[in-house]
Each structure stands twice: as structure tokens, then as C-alpha cells.
Design a protein around this ligand. Structure first.
Ligand code: SF4
Length: 424
């Protein structure tokens, strides 16, 4: 199967910076989805969505069939009488929170998560959080929006982490902060590497427990582990922290560049960096080599969904030789992606935003070997004979760092291998 960027009269109109911007209908999940991985990360937090039955259903289906003795997320349903303004939604919310905290004294941090319905009735959740904080001294109440209006699903994590930042304690200690919710096992691998490099003080945002959230200040240097944390970056900079620009830690090269940015900022000698990173880097390269036959030369089309698209495209093209037809992303934060954009093959078509029908036409015109897209688009595309990969799976899976590089490649190789098996 061959594919390449459209050309001539068929080429989509791109801006002066070479980026195609589209503002049409979009097919993405809302920010509530982030609760699924955030509640696993912050182990004594509870996420209370203030929303409708639709929001509750979305959470339930995104979480899969999970039965918890003590669930750590739930929905305070806004009923029709609330929407019609016949009930005092603030009073109802206070009642729900009081009942919840009486039943669950183990909850140390409570996020009130806004939704489309709570925004429609203009329920001010930040004021509600302030009010509830005065009432409950054992539980820190915060709020953020997971609403689906003009957002995509990874913005839920960004909004959640940004809500944490203003309340972080102050420190003027020289420290490295790793920002972004990573699976514990991956976070531990990075912490070991930083320790081996001799970087003594390394903290993570978010911490695993609400009482262990890190301090921040002007001598904090932060590395983003995820490319979708624009608001969190702004909040950290307001507290004096300084961003360390780098490739994101996907694949052997991305992980090396990411670690190197920290090593340079903390004065780690190059020979020590080499000694510490060479063995895991070699392991990662070996793991990647096993997937090269399946992936090299294959074409891939990213529809905008997770905001991981640009770093993943760089990884797939640079380390596995895939051909990029189009790299669509919901939002392009050029400041955070500056190194990633520079590392893409020259002439890569990058699109920001979506006009889904037009973009699907481009997918069909180019017939890529693999299309990365949201759940809602995968089945229709598969029916037309195209292989797909769910973007959301990439957010749920451990994919960062040296030890996960092979697994990350396999996530893309699997649908292609399956297609070949079905063809036989
Ligand atoms: S927040 Fe909005 S988009 Fe998300 S589930 Fe609720 S109603 Fe739907």
C-alpha cells in the first residue's frame, strides 16, 4: 500500500508556517476521560464530576467494567430541576460532598470536576471549592473543568495539574520536577536514572499522595513528560519554575534527549551521562529493531486526538522509518514542541484542529497503512479496509522511557501484523 502527502490541486491549503489549520466538526472525547488515569495516580484523591447522566456513562464506559469496593470517582448528577434553575445547585453540591466525606474519611483530596452541564448553568466550582475547604479541614478541595466544549481528552489532565500548582508550597531549593502523570513503574525507572546521573533532588507532579505534592520555586527546573500540559506549564512559570525544552521521552532518541536536557541543566558530566544511559539506550535500540520489519516504509496518518501525535510521529519516522502522511493534532503548542517539530522529516504535513469530513477524505485519498484515530472513527475506517490504532490506548499504556520503547513500537506494529495474518 502506498501513500504520500497530497500535491498539486488536491493539496489542502496550509498556512504561511506550513501548518494546515482546520476549524470544523471534531471527533474527540472530553477531558473527563483523564480521571481514569489520574485517579490511579493520586491514590488518596476522589474525582467528583458535577455533570449529567451522559457524563456518568462516559466515565463508566471509559473505565471499562471495574468494580471497586471503594471507588475514587463518581458523578453528582445535575437533574432537570437544577438545569431549570428550580433548585440551588450549590446547596445540593454541598450536601453531596458532606455525605461523601462522612462516608469516606480516607479521601484527602477532592476534585470537583466541571462538565458541559455545570458550565451551562454557570455553577462556579472554584467558589464551591473555597467554601468547602473552610468546612472540611482534613480534605483539600480543588476544582477544574473537564468539559467537552472546545477541548480534547488529555486537557483534563492539564487542567487538573494546573489546578494543583497555585497551592504547592514554596521552595528555593535547586530541584528537578518531572511534570505529567506517569505509571508508577515508569516514574521509578526515571527516578533511578536521575539518581545515577547524580541529580539529587527530583520531584514529580502529581505526587502519588495528596500530602506529598512537591514544592516549587525559582530554582525549580521542570521537564514535561507529556506534551499536552500547556496550562500547567504556564502555572508553574508563574511560580518561578523554568522549563527545560527537550524532545519527549518516547523511544531511545527521545528519552536520551529528554534526560540530556536535565543533565545539562544540573551540570552532569558528559562521560557520566554516557555511562549511565548507554546500557538502557542499547536495550531500547535492540527492542526497536525487532519491530523494524513490520514498520519501516509503512505509511501512517495521525488524526487529531491525544496531543501525543507530534512526538510519536517523530519517533516513528526517526527511529522506525515510517512515512508520515499527515500529523494531525488538536492543538499545537509550538513552545513545548519546538524540538519535536525540528526533528520531523522536512515537508511533513502537520494539521492543527479538525474538519473531520475533509480529513477523512484525505485519509481515503492517501490510503495509509495505519491510521491513528479516536474510538468513534476506528470502526468506520476499518470497514473501508484500513488498519487503525486507537489514540486513547497510547495514553493508557506505559510508553515512556527506554524500557518501554519496544512496547511502544509494538503498539503500532500489532495492527499491521494482524492485517497480514488475516490476509494469509
Ligand atoms: S462533559 Fe460534556 S462532553 Fe463530556 S460527557 Fe459530559 S456532557 Fe458529554
Amino acid at each position: 500500500m502506498s501513500a504520500g502527502p497530497a500535491s498539486g490541486c488536491d493539496a489542502p491549503p496550509v498556512g504561511i508556517d506550513g501548518i494546515l489549520r482546520e476549524r470544523g466538526q471534531r471527533e474527540v472525547f472530553c477531558g473527563l476521560t483523564g480521571i481514569i488515569w489520574l485517579h490511579r495516580k493520586i491514590q488518596d484523591a476522589f474525582f467528583l464530576v458535577v455533570g449529567s447522566r451522559t457524563c456518568a456513562h462516559l466515565l463508566q464506559s471509559a473505565a471499562g467494567v471495574m468494580v471497586f469496593a471503594e471507588p475514587r470517582f463518581g458523578t453528582a448528577i445535575i437533574e432537570e430541576k437544577d438545569l431549570a434553575g428550580l433548585a440551588d445547585a450549590n446547596e445540593e453540591l454541598d450536601r453531596v460532598v458532606t455525605r461523601l466525606l462522612a462516608r469516606r474519611p480516607d479521601i484527602r483530596m477532592l476534585f470537583l470536576v466541571g462538565s458541559c452541564p455545570s458550565e451551562v448553568i454557570k455553577l462556579d466550582l472554584s467558589r464551591a471549592a473555597q467554601r468547602l475547604n473552610q468546612r472540611f479541614s482534613d480534605c483539600h478541595v480543588l476544582s477544574y473543568s473537564g468539559s467537552g466544549i472546545e477541548t480534547t481528552f488529555t486537557q483534563g489532565e492539564d487542567a487538573c495539574l494546573a489546578a494543583l500548582v497555585p497551592d504547592l508550597p514554596f521552595t528555593d531549593a535547586h530541584q528537578l520536577m518531572v511534570v505529567g502523570s506517569l505509571p508508577d513503574v515508569v516514574e521509578d525507572q526515571f527516578l533511578r536514572l536521575f539518581a545515577d546521573l547524580g541529580i539529587e533532588r527530583v520531584v514529580s507532579l502529581p505526587a502519588r499522595r495528596s500530602r506529598q505534592m512537591p514544592a516549587v520555586g525559582p530554582n525549580t527546573r521542570y521537564l514535561l513528560a507529556q506534551p499536552f500540559l500547556a496550562e500547567t506549564g504556564v502555572a508553574l512559570e508563574k511560580r518561578g519554575a523554568v522549563h527545560l525544552p527537550a524532545l519527549f521521552p518516547f523511544g531511545a532518541e527521545g528519552t536520551t534527549a529528554w534526560l540530556h536536557a536535565a543533565a545539562q541543566a544540573f551540570g552532569v558530566a558528559e562521560d557520566r551521562f554516557e555511562i549511565v544511559t548507554r546500557p538502557p539506550r542499547e536495550r531500547a535500540r535492540k527492542a526497536l529493531a525487532a519491530h523494524r520489519t513490520a514498520l519501516t516504509g509503512k505509511s501512517i496518518f495521525f488524526l487529531p486526538d491525544s496531543q501525543l501525535e507530534v512526538p510519536l510521529a517523530r519517533f516513528l519516522a526517526g527511529e522506525l522509518g515510517m512515512r508520515l502522511v499527515e500529523v494531525g493534532t488538536p492543538y499545537l503548542h509550538k513552545g513545548h514542541l519546538i524540538d519535536e517539530l525540528a526533528a520531523l522529516p522536512p515537508g511533513t504535513l502537520i494539521s492543527e484542529g479538525q474538519d473531520v469530513e475533509k480529513q477523512l477524505d484525505r485519509v481515503q485519498a492517501s490510503r495509509p497503512d495505519l491510521t491513528v484515530c479516536g474510538l468513534g472513527l476506528a470502526n468506520p475506517l476499518e470497514r473501508t479496509g484500513l488498519s487503525t490504532k486507537w489514540a486513547i490506548e497510547l495514553v493508557f499504556s506505559p510508553i515512556h522511557g527506554y524500557e518501554q520503547a519496544g512496547d511502544l513500537a509494538e503498539l503500532f506494529a500489532r495492527p499491521l501484523n494482524r492485517r497480514d495474518v488475516l490476509r494469509v
